[in-house]
Design a protein around this ligand. Structure first.
Ligand code: NAP
Length: 487
């Protein structure tokens, strides 16, 4: 990997706002900079949208809405399929771009290209499976027709941690359903979305169907868009506090909403678990994306009879991690996204240790350049520690113990979040009890990573509303009409 290759790639990423098929500067000419978190250096300067750009982007989405909704489903699906094929041709470019703007190791970025790409392929297939129902009413006096229709223009807000997959997970089902969109990526990682939008144009997407707003003022720019009566849907992935704020705003126009919010995943290891499997799963569930995933295992709840051995094995594995810039070969742990994230990990570890936890390894920030934190294992984390209630979003594996199944269930469910849980047991009956008892929208039963484009991704409780992916994903962008005609 050479700097020249990085420079060439960065130069080929657009630097404007995509509005109505045109890449253009912000109306004010304002710009924002994107940094590489591994070095702290600026890698690109791009347009910084203001309120009037937001209005123009929504105008474009509204103008394109009727013709896109009337475009045959097969044609919509084929554009998505072409986009999938183009993405495969450019996998290395997309992977490198994500590593540069977000920091994840290149191998993981390649994994995200595969995962993110699958939403394009899956929804290219789902576009032609939008169906309805037809039948006589029970009285025999009328014919009932139930049909599905695109909800209309959508506003899609994505986070920085999975710059490609969070975008395709929303854009692909919206387009498949016949909706036009305005996408607003996080200011820290906008480049992948811009590059994706350029690829969608190449795949034949008509002007105005996808519009991209990059901005350093997400609240002020988003507010008027969400308040605009022409907008029909808001889909958000990000933190629960921002999601709550956006739900309040969306209530005004009674918008359809999808909310993929925060998590606090329990990872429960029973005494009858296959420990090798549990350790492998734990490392994936915790350290993938440097711990910065909503699905990241946050609380390791381990039976006291196997806790020492589990801790010993995960610590040995963590001590073998290679920390560095994600572009370097063999690196397994990149930087955290910014200094705030480092400070949070540091504070959570400090609090846990002050309350009696022991540091098996790691525990400290690493001097710059870049925003790195040591991969860390904490054992004996005491009840009441902040790390058990807050989303860590960093490479810190925190272990607590339990003695009975009842206790494990109570600990696992002791959170306002309910995105995903992980359970390791060799007992089928116990596994099935956990499916019934754990309050999460997803579960990995002897598996450490659950995400799949063909599955309904989403949470219970304060982890969100709605599902992305699977057969469910396209329904987030469809509305139902029931029609009655005489028999
Ligand atoms: P965040 O601060 O909530 O930001 C998410 C997105 O919302 C970004 O694009 C951000 O833009 C934008 N935003 C922030 N304030 C806004 C406002 N007032 N109005 C409109 N948009 C606003 O979350 P994050 O720190 O980027 O992401 C981490 C969080 O996302 C974690 O809690 C994680 O669990 C969650 N997450 C959930 C899922 C899931 O599927 N459930 C997946 C991935 C991540 P700017 O950053 O540019 O301001």
């Amino acid at each position: 990997m050479t700097d020249t290759r990085e420079a060439t790639l960065l130069a080929s990423v657009p630097d404007g706002l995509l509005i109505g098929g045109q890449w253009r500067p912000a109306a004010t000419g304002a710009t924002l900079t994107v940094e590489d978190p591994a070095t702290g250096t600026t890698i690109k300067t791009i347009a910084d949208a203001t309120v009037s750009d937001g209005a123009a982007a929504l105008d474009a989405a509204v103008a394109a809405a009727a013709s896109w909704a009337a475009t045959p489903a097969r044609a919509r699906g084929e554009i998505l399929r072409r986009a999938f094929d183009l993405l495969q041709e450019r996998r290395e470019d997309f992977a490198l771009l994500m590593t540069l703007e977000m920091g994840k190791p290149l191998a993981e970025a390649r994994g995200e290209v595969t995962y993110g790409g699958e939403f394009l392929r899956w929804f290219s297939e789902e576009a032609v499976r939008i169906t309805g129902r037809y039948g006589l009413n029970p009285e025999g006096t009328g014919r009932m027709i139930v049909s599905q229709h695109p909800v209309g223009p959508c506003y899609l807000i994505t986070p920085w941690n999975f710059p490609l997959a969070m975008a395709t997970r929303k854009i692909a089902p919206a387009l498949a359903a016949g909706c036009t969109v305005v996408v607003k990526p996080a200011a820290q990682t906008p480049l992948t979305t811009m590059y994706l939008a350029k690829l969608l144009q190449e795949a034949g997407l008509p002007d105005g169907v996808v519009n991209v707003l990059t901005t350093s003022s997400s609240g002020p720019v988003s507010g008027p868009i969400i308040a605009d009566p022409r907008l029909r849907k808001l889909s958000f992935t990000g933190s629960t506090p921002v999601g709550q704020k956006l739900l309040e705003q969306a209530a005004h126009g009674v918008l359809r909403t999808s909310m993929e919010l925060g998590g606090n995943a329990p990872f429960v290891v029973f005494e009858d678990a296959d420990l090798d499997q549990a350790v492998t799963g734990a490392l994936a569930a915790k350290f993938r994306n440097i711990g910065q995933a909503c699905t990241a295992a946050n609380r390791f709840i381990v039976h006291s009879s196997v806790a020492d051995e589990f801790a010993r094995r995960v610590t040995a594995a963590v001590n073998g991690f290679v920390i560095g810039r994600g572009t370097e070969p063999d690196v397994t742990i990149g930087p955290l996204v910014d200094d705030k994230a480092v400070a949070k990990a540091e504070a959570l570890v400090k609090d846990a240790v002050a309350r009696g936890a022991e540091l098996a390894t790691g525990g400290s920030r690493i001097d710059g350049p870049g925003t790195f934190f040591e991969p860390t294992v904490l054992t004996g984390v005491a009840p009441g520690s902040n790390i058990l209630t807050e989303e860590i979003f960093g490479p810190v594996l925190a272990i607590t113990t339990f003695d009975t199944e009842e206790e494990a269930v109570a600990l696992a469910n002791n959170t306002e979040y309910g995105l995903v849980s992980y359970v390791y047991t060799e007992s089928l009956a116990r596994g099935q009890r956990m499916i019934d008892r754990l309050e999460t929208g997803m579960m990995g039963l002897n598996v450490g990573v659950v995400s799949n484009a063909a599955a309904p991704f989403g949470g219970w409780k304060m982890s969100g509303l709605g599902r992305e992916g699977g057969a469910e994903g396209i329904h987030e962008y469809l509305q139902t009409k029931y029609t009655l005609t005489p028999a």
